[in-house]
Design a protein around this ligand. Structure first.
Ligand code: B12
Ligand code: SF4
Length: 553
């Protein structure tokens, strides 16, 4: 058959057609067009994100790179630059002073068109064979709404990401979903696309759950990818302006880079340990937590610098510093030549003066650390974080002593927590020296986190609840700490940290969502906001960005 020739096949010609028919929504009596040119098998990625929640998703960049290397036609619909209904994540955090003011949204290049209309047009013009969606608990609702809006077209829908991995029994129930990727996507998704392009059956691909008529084929997890063989991430798939990310009120062209996959720790509010467990229980048993080779990191960085000229690197590792001194030294040796500021996050116990000094020399510009809770006993029993407050303060002082700009993150509204326990978090945060942002998030019992099961067992959440962004109202119904109290403490958290203790009685009133409470909140907010505007911007590395640029040139 000649290339580029569009040929219409009847669905029942091919092995995969049964599959196609069984999972179709509006497709039953129709033929589909199959293009014989390899490049004409089309995959549209969908990132149903809220407005500009930070960096671009590495998963889409990886999968896109892999598909392009095998000559698939790939495109993306990313909702990140569309305004969100009501206050979005950044605006909420700005309102409660958790982050510096986002100065000019136009710097981000927001879109002013309708995302549903634009998505419809994209699907109409691109005519994807597959729509591949990255979903978390907080984005599944928008994903389904968007998919529903284009249901008259013929395509196969594949979901991957945290919600697909950790809530597969829920995700597969949506009529808009045909296939789920329940673990790593590289091998499973590429195999699936190749087989579909070659009109072969996909029902036995490891790592996929597939709808077939009334049945769901639940394949086991596949073999973990050898990360050495991954191509660099494909950032071409994103609009250029989407690569620009706000860091403490300034925009940088920022690229995410993976150095580790998974986490060696076991915090109960987090999903990362579940990925490790899932693969430990797979047959044969596999080790999910992997540290990338320095050679791979170096090759990828070389490619990114040459192709994209980034201004900032965002290492996505769950806990970057869980490496040996030798590994860190080697990392610094290879990174020193890039002269690019970078962001990392890590557990407090992984900090050492040696590591921080070494990283600072090569561009460590900002550090995020989760302290999560201020009460040692509660933190150990409920969250499985075992360190004393004294040791935590000592660890974080290393950052302050080395003048590293850092943010401290805590969570409020955990199960069985009381107002007084949450105030222990406030008190601990006040003792930490040198942070430039200290903020709380509202606990969300995400699918995949061990604490979720505890919350269901205690009756704090219904079994099928789907969680939201961590800036949204608490979903927990607890006798000891009400949603209103959590919301009140959330909005005043930064006031408690930035104002002197003798103002706490005023702040207590500002916790209340009454006319008087709102008025006092606005007054205190304004006062603190003005003070925050005067603070020096510490987001750059010690060597200024301009200096780094000079060195690079
Ligand atoms: C980097 C990161 C981000 C980035 C990018 C998010 C993204 N969607 O990619 C940013 C900063 C934007 C972000 C934001 C949020 N995040 Co986040 N994030 C992470 C983090 C630390 C690493 C993810 C990562 O890039 N890993 C490397 C890539 C390669 O792996 P991956 O994403 O898992 O993708 C692989 C597979 O899942 C699969 N796959 C993924 N997508 C797809 C799609 C298809 C079609 C297929 C076939 C396969 C596939 O293939 C990939 C390659 O193997 C994880 C923690 C973790 N360790 O997973 C949390 C995590 C994903 N985030 C989480 C949360 C809660 C959020 C927020 C809701 C926080 C908030 N604002 O309230 C938002 C949601 C925004 C959004 N649209 O995703 C939770 C999700 C929990 C859940 N059950 O939903 C996690 C698991 C952290 C946690 N609490 O445990 N996050
Ligand atoms: S919270 Fe951080 S340290 Fe704890 S398991 Fe999750 S990623 Fe690892």
């Amino acid at each position: 058959m000649s290339a580029n020739k569009e040929i219409e096949y009847s669905l029942d010609c091919f092995m995969f057609c049964n599959y196609y028919l069984s999972c179709s929504r509006d497709r039953s009596a129709r033929n589909i067009n199959i293009f014989m040119n390899k490049n004409d098998y089309k995959v549209l990625f969908l990132f149903p994100n809220e407005r500009h929640v930070s960096i671009v998703p590495p998963s889409i960049a990886i999968l896109s790179g892999l598909l392009k290397s095998e000559n698939f036609s790939v495109d993306l619909f990313d909702t990140s630059l569309y305004p969100t209904k009501g206050l979005d994540h950044d605006e909420v955090r700005e309102k409660n002073l958790s982050v510096r003011k986002v100065k000019d949204s136009n710097g981000v290049g927001l879109k002013h068109t309708d995302k549903f209309k634009d998505f419809f047009e994209k699907v109409t013009s691109f005519k994807p064979d597959v729509i591949a969606v990255n979903v978390t608990d907080s984005t599944i609702a928008l994903a389904i709404e968007l998919l529903e809006s284009v249901k008259q077209f013929n395509f196969l829908t594949v979901l991957g990401g945290a919600f697909a991995c950790y809530a597969p029994e829920v995700a597969i129930t949506y009529k808009e979903v045909d296939v789920l990727c329940i673990g790593e996507g590289e091998t499973a998704f590429l195999t699936m696309c190749n087989r579909l392009r070659e009109k072969k059956d996909i029902s036995d691909i490891a790592g996929l759950w597939i709808k077939k008529g009334e049945k769901i084929i639940k394949n086991p997890l596949g073999k973990l990818i050898d990360i050495k063989h991954l191509p660099p991430l494909d950032f071409d798939i994103f609009e250029e302006k989407r690569l620009h990310v706000m860091m403490r009120g300034k925009m940088y062209k920022m690229l995410p880079v993976e150095t580790h996959r998974g986490c060696p720790y076991k915090c109960t509010f987090c999903c990362s340990p579940t990925a490790v467990e899932m693969y430990k229980e797979s047959r044969p048993k596999q080790i999910f937590y992997r540290v990338f080779s320095l050679k791979k990191i170096q090759e990828d960085l070389n490619h990114y610098v040459k192709r994209y000229n980034p201004e900032y690197i965002y290492f996505t590792a769950d806990t970057f510093l869980s490496v040996s001194k030798k590994e860190l030294d080697e990392f610094c040796d290879i990174y020193s030549k890039f002269k690019l500021p970078f962001f990392i996050q890590s557990r407090p116990e992984t900090l050492s003066d040696y590591k921080v000094k070494k990283l600072k020399e090569v561009g460590l510009s900002r550090f995020a650390v989760g302290i999560e809770h201020g009460n040692k006993k509660y933190r150990a029993n409920m969250l499985k974080r075992y360190y004393t407050n004294e040791n935590l303060l000592k660890s974080l002082k290393i950052l302050a002593d080395n003048k590293i700009s850092f943010s401290v993150n805590a969570i409020i509204g955990f199960p069985d927590e009381t107002y007084d326990l949450a105030m222990d978090t406030v008190k601990l945060c006040r003792q930490i020296e040198g942070w430039d942002d200290c903020k709380s998030s509202i606990f969300q019992p995400y699918y995949g986190s061990p604490l979720r099961e505890y919350c269901v067992k205690k009756g704090y959440i219904p079994k099928g609840l789907i969680c939201k962004d961590y800036t949204e109202e608490s979903l927990m119904t607890m006798p000891m700490f009400s949603k209103k109290e959590i919301a009140g403490l959330y909005r005043t958290f930064v006031l408690y940290l930035r104002l002197p203790k003798d103002r706490w009685s005023e702040i207590k009133v500002a916790e209340k969502f009454t006319p008087e409470g709102n008025k006092i909140f606005e007054k205190l907010r304004k006062e603190v906001s003005l003070e925050m505007d005067k603070l020096p911007d510490l987001s750059g590395p010690d060597t200024s960005l301009t200096r780094l640029e000079e060195v690079r040139a």
